[in-house]
Design a protein around this ligand. Structure first.
Ligand code: ZN
Length: 227
């Protein structure tokens, strides 16, 4: 049996799955496939991607990210001598996040919980939740962490620290705005505009995260998230 593990359901992380599934692989994924990018429906999402990568690259495309083996908490795969732990750490980056952990080798595939520049996206997740996920990543003391985008960091703990610093800084900034009744538009004014054609460029990530975290902080301030 060959397995394909999807760390989450963003298009850039699963649109190639159909090729492997047709080659006989079974898919391990979280069953919650909801992402903002698919809000307009799957056809609209495909049309968006044709615009991004061209029709040729999308030829033969089919959605193939529905799990054959669903993981909502944790699951251990044993392939010969090798153990692979697949676990849902919480909805920090997206509802269907999974971490992939090789316990013997101490290698962690973090998906987009971590990206090279420390600006992980929370528009499909939640900043507080992602901070809890980062605590969990820290506690794993991985020797090697593979981020969802960019180079493998020489010191994994540094990238976690940098990501945490970015998120807590953004939360403090947005919280201050909310407390002073600064409208979101003005609270975001200091940030460069999002790139209209590149939704995940650094500027776009920073601005879209800020809008999301502003709303999160507003909800907390108003006591809307209390149990
Ligand atoms: Zn992602």
């Amino acid at each position: 049996m060959k397995w394909l593990i999807l760390t989450h359901h963003h298009p850039d992380h699963h649109f190639g799955a159909v090729v492997l599934r047709k080659a006989g692989a079974r898919v391990i994924a979280h069953p919650d496939r909801r992402v903002l990018a698919a809000e307009g429906g799957e056809d609209a999402l495909i049309a968006d991607w044709v615009r991004v990568v061209g029709l040729d690259a999308m030829r033969g495309f089919e959605f193939a990210d529905t799990p054959d083996r669903a993981v909502t908490t944790a699951d251990t795969l044993r392939l010969g001598e090798k153990s692979i732990v697949v676990a849902h750490p919480g909805a920090g980056h997206s509802a269907g996040d999974l971490l992939v952990w090789l316990p013997k080798e101490r290698v962690l595939f973090a998906g987009d919980v971590l990206v090279e520049d420390g600006v992980s996206m929370v528009v499909d997740g939640n900043a507080d939740e992602l901070l809890r996920v980062l605590d969990r990543v820290d506690s794993m003391h991985a020797a090697i962490v593979v981020p969802g985008h960019g180079a493998i960091p020489r010191r994994p703990a540094r990238l976690v620290q940098r990501t945490r610093g970015y998120l807590t800084g953004l939360q403090a900034e947005m919280r201050a705005g909310v407390e002073k009744a600064v409208p979101m538009r003005r609270a975001l004014a200091a940030l460069p505009p999002a790139d209209s054609t590149r939704p995940v460029s650094l500027n776009s990530r920073r601005r879209r995260n800020a809008a999301r975290v502003y709303v999160e902080e507003e909800r907390k301030y108003m006591g809307l998230d209390e149990p």
